[in-house]
Design a protein around this ligand. Structure first.
Ligand code: NAD
Ligand code: UDP
Length: 324
């Protein structure tokens, strides 16, 4: 009898990756995380006691170690915060090119199904709104976000190449802004920033006038979508690409006010410069995910923030305690 399905999760110690690891373990998988702990943390996996789990420190820019039979490769390794796009530009560009090459070769050589984490950033500063999967995007190839945006686009192109040349079953998820427990308070993305600032009684740093929009998805909704897509039969999902994200679009200045309301906090709003090439709008068209998987998000922003806040409160207390 075949043993439990084995899933390799790259970036398993990160925010999304660690929730994916939990979900796979809950469903009886054997799971191996490969992570270099660059932006992820061993503590994100410290709660796991299962003998079906292994965490290996490994940089995906290097060829993968032999991990025995593998059924699924979830390729989620990559820094994802715009704060890192310039300071870790080369690392990010190579993780999403050499690293993706290693992940896809590994899936091909093991006859495994691959699930590739792409991003709404491949749409750049979009001129089509909401963004559907056929839209080719508007990325500034010379801009400060290019090392991330263009390398994710290359990841997708490499997936197409592996499908065409080797007939590997690769499914690409374009993830829109997702948040939840286990994001680092110093991650740099907007919800970790606003929650940390509000909990510390500091001003909330709104970049520009805050009229730019995003659509925030709670992590459990995202994971449910990823798992449904990964599990879908090849005749409906092999080689496909889907958007996964919330359609509840909100201005960043409204997000700041919502966070202050949910926390019952009264921090000031502090305006800072809008970063170059910051997309002005973003909202996924999730028609395909609805039709293919019957998937749509269910957790409201307020409910998701309520679930996320205790994590940040704990982390910030820990930080204060350990520095004393
Ligand atoms: P994260 O930074 O929390 O997780 C990324 C993980 O990848 C970390 O554990 C990090 O240590 C690891 N990693 C990075 N480079 C690596 C390398 N070269 N070798 C091995 N491990 C490496 O970020 P996240 O939000 O969890 O993002 C996970 C994936 O989802 C990324 O591919 C990201 O592009 C994608 N994504 C996330 C979002 C979101 O809103 N969270 C949106 C779009 C796409
Ligand atoms: N942003 C902000 N203040 C912050 C961090 C981010 O106003 O402290 C804005 C940022 O300019 C962008 C939006 O919030 O318009 C989302 O930024 P984030 O870094 O979370 O991710 P992005 O969607 O840009 O990849």
């Amino acid at each position: 009898m075949k043993s439990k399905p084995h899933a390799v999760v790259t970036g398993g110690a990160g925010f999304v990756g660690s929730h994916l690891v939990d979900s796979l373990l809950d469903d009886g998988f054997q799971v191996t995380s490969l992570d270099n702990f660059g932006s992820g943390r061993p503590t994100n996996l410290a709660h796991i006691e299962s003998e079906r789990f292994a965490s290996i420190e490994h940089d995906v820019r290097e060829p993968f170690p032999d991990l025995g039979d593998v059924d699924y490769v979830f390729h989620f390794a990559s820094r994802a915060s715009p704060k890192d796009f310039e300071s870790h530009a080369v690392e990010i560009a190579l993780t999403n090119s050499e690293g993706t090459h290693n992940a896809l070769r590994y899936a091909r050589d093991n006859d495994a199904r691959a699930i590739l984490a792409s991003t709404s950033e491949i749409y750049g500063d979009p001129e089509v709104h909401p963004q559907h999967e056929e839209y080719n995007g508007n990325v500034n190839v010379r801009g400060p976000r290019a090392p991330y945006d263009e390398s994710k686009r290359f990841s997708e192109a490499l997936a197409v190449a592996f499908q065409q040349q080797y007939d590997v079953d690769i499914r690409t998820v374009r993830i829109f802004n997702t948040y939840g427990p286990r994001m680092r308070p110093d991650d740099g993305r907007v919800i970790p920033n606003f929650l940390s600032q509000a909990l510390r009684g500091e001003g909330l740093t709104v970049y520009g006038d805050g009229t730019q929009t995003r659509s925030f998805c709670y992590v459990s909704d995202l994971i449910r979508g990823i798992r449904a897509f990964a599990d879908a039969p090849p005749e409906v999902a092999a080689g496909d690409v889907i958007n996964l994200g919330s359609t509840d679009e909100i201005k960043i200045r409204t997000l700041a006010k919502t966070i202050l309301d949910v926390l019952d906090a009264d921090s000031d709003i502090v305006h800072q410069n809008l970063p170059e090439d910051d997309p002005q709008v973003r909202q996924p068209d999730i028609t395909r995910a609805k039709q293919l998987l019957g998937w749509e998000p269910t957790v409201s922003l307020e409910a998701g923030l309520e679930r996320t806040i205790p994590h940040f409160a704990d982390e910030l207390d820990t930080t204060v305690d350990s520095s004393q």
